[in-house]
Structure formats: C-alpha cells, structure tokens
Design a binder for this molecule. Structure first.
Ligand code: ZN
Length: 334
C-alpha cells in the first residue's frame, strides 16, 4: 500500500512506486469549513478524490484505490457515492474507508510495508426501466410556462435516504400541497418533479432534457432541494443579478421567518443542471449544511436526523418562492 494526501503528491511519485500497489487518498474533509456553514464547499473539495481518484491512481499503475470517506463526522462510518472511471485508465477496484481507518493505515504505512486484502462486492447491473414522478398544478393564465419544484427519489443503499433526498421530495410535494390547501391559483404552471437516478448517473434528468429541451424557453424557473432538511436562511440563486431586485417583495415576506437572505451560486442542483446551462434561472433554499455531510451517503441517513419543524420551514420557503415566480408580472432576465 501507499498513501498520499492529494493528486499532486500522487503525481510526484515515480510510476514504479505506485505500480502494483493499493493507493489510499487520505484527503481530509474540511470540518472547519462545514462548521462555518459551508458544508457544500467542503464536500466539493474532498469529493473529487472519490470521483476521480481511482482513475488517477490507475494511470500510475495502481491495482486498487481507497479514499478517506468524504464526510464531516468521524463515527467510523464509511461514506459511499459515485466514482467516474475515465476512458484512458484501467477500471480498478475502489472503495472508501472511515476517517479512523484512513488514519490507522497512514500510521502503519509510515512504520513499514502494509498489505491489505480487499473484498469488494458491488457490481453494476444492467439498467431497468424506471420513472421520474411528475405532477402539475396547471397555470391559470400561462399554463405553458413552468416553474419546476423538485427533489430526487433515489438514494444510496446504506441508509434510508431520509436526508438525501426524501427531504427534497417531501419539501417539493408539500409546496404543492400548501398551494392547493390555500386555494391559490398560480398563473404559471407549478411542476413538482421527483427525479429518478440522481445519484448514479442522472438518467431521469437526462430523459427530461430529451423530452423537454425544446421547451426550455417556457421553463420560467427551476428549483431543486437536495441539501437535506436543515433550517433555511434564504435562497440560492443562479441567474442574473437583477433577479434579486425583482424578488425583493418575496424576500421581505421570507425574512419574517429569517429566510430572506440570498446567495448567488454557480450551480444549484444536479438534476436541474441541464436547465441551468440553458439559462433557466435556478433556485434552492439556503439550508443549514453544518451537519448534513455527517450523515449524507452513510448508514446514518435515517429519518431521525430530520427535524420536522425545519423540514416545514424549507417547504414554506420553496412554496412562497414557487408561487411568487408563478405570479410575477414580468419574465426573469436570462
Ligand atoms: Zn442528493
């Protein structure tokens, strides 16, 4: 075995040091960053080793690749998630070890040669037919113009997927439910989508793109909730800066529950990315991300992690914004 901290350290090693070895990427998730409420950024920095580490190791002759689990809590829980094998490298076996075990392996390797036997059982089975679940509240004036409110249906199999992303599906369905209960009549169509296969290749999002890309100009806005159910403090926006001004009356309403803030983001949600790229303004609630990555993609992603009041706060933010977008007098700038 050999251990490296990052890609640069791996690249600095001569090929014969790596050939035939198991490589462990021991890149630590930045807990301080997550504690400051920037869990998504901390995840982004570390998750590249899960995504690209195996191919990087294989290019230098490694026979298998391990990573330090990408997550914020050290409870000896391995975290799973997607790996992308590059076309120009052998597809070597790969897995994640807990933070504690990564530390142990690093210590042992420092003391002398370490051998490890890996028993990895996952396999990629052929695709089966599956579905996005879509429901519309038809707009009363512009039914062809659509505001998407969404989360994803699938989850990794270690836990139950309560925070990733049953929460996002529940928030989106509840947004529609609240609008119905209040007998509101949105002028544009509010479309709730529970996306299929976000985690393992975005098949549902890609199919929706194939079916609807000619209608992107009629997709007024797209929202996705995929960051758990933590207390929201405002709205992430991907779009022109003028959007913030246009939403000022809505933000004033949301501020009554402490959710009137805004953040301009480069990217909002994996499933709505095709629309983001086509210029459709995109939104999500700014959720408390301090603890999300403690549980995300682990056996501990279970319903007890969700605080019902905070889940409801997210539904409130999403429904207020969705309804406001549906009834805006002017189009949003693109
Ligand atoms: Zn998710």
């Amino acid at each position: 075995m050999i251990t490296v901290r990052n890609f640069d350290e791996l690249k600095s090693l001569p090929r014969d040091k790596v050939t035939g070895k198991i490589v462990l990427f021991n890149y630590p998730f930045d807990k301080q960053m997550a504690a400051e409420g920037r869990g998504g950024e901390a995840y982004g920095e570390a998750v590249v080793y899960r995504g690209d580490g195996p191919s990087a190791a294989a290019r230098q002759g490694a026979v298998a690749c391990l990573i330090r689990s990408v997550g914020g809590a050290d409870y000896r829980l391995p975290h799973t998630g997607q790996t992308t094998y590059a076309d120009d490298a052998p597809k070597i076996p790969a897995g994640a070890v807990t933070a504690e075990d990564a530390d142990l392996i690093v210590d042992l390797v420092r003391q002398g040669p370490v051998k490890m036997k890996l028993t990895l059982t996952p396999q990629q089975l052929p695709d089966v037919e599956s579905y996005n679940v879509i429901g519309d509240i038809k707009g009363s004036e512009h039914p062809e113009q659509v505001i998407i409110v969404s989360g994803h249906l699938d989850s990794w199999d270690l836990g139950t997927g309560a925070i990733d992303d049953a929460a996002g599906v529940a928030v989106s369905m509840e947004a529609a439910n609240l609008i119905q209960k209040l007998h509101l009549k949105p002028k544009r169509t509010i479309r709730v989508i529970a996306w299929m296969n976000e985690e393992n290749g975005l098949a549902g999002s890609k199919q929706y793109g194939k079916d609807h890309e000619k209608e992107w100009s009629n997709h007024f806005a797209a929202m996705e909730t995929d960051g758990g159910a933590g207390h929201p403090i405002g709205i992430n926006i991907k779009g022109k800066f003028e959007i913030k001004k246009l939403l000022a009356p809505v933000l004033a309403v949301l501020q009554e529950s402490g959710a009137g803030g805004t953040n301009f983001a480069e990217h909002i949600g994996a499933d709505i990315e095709p629309m983001e790229k086509a210029g459709v303004p995109a939104f999500s609630p700014i959720q408390d991300s301090r603890f999300y990555f403690n549980y995300h993609h682990t056996a501990a992603d279970t319903l007890d992690k969700i605080v019902p009041k905070e889940l409801a706060e997210n539904s409130a933010v999403v429904s207020v914004l969705a309804y406001a977008l549906a009834n805006m007098d002017q189009p949003l700038p693109r």
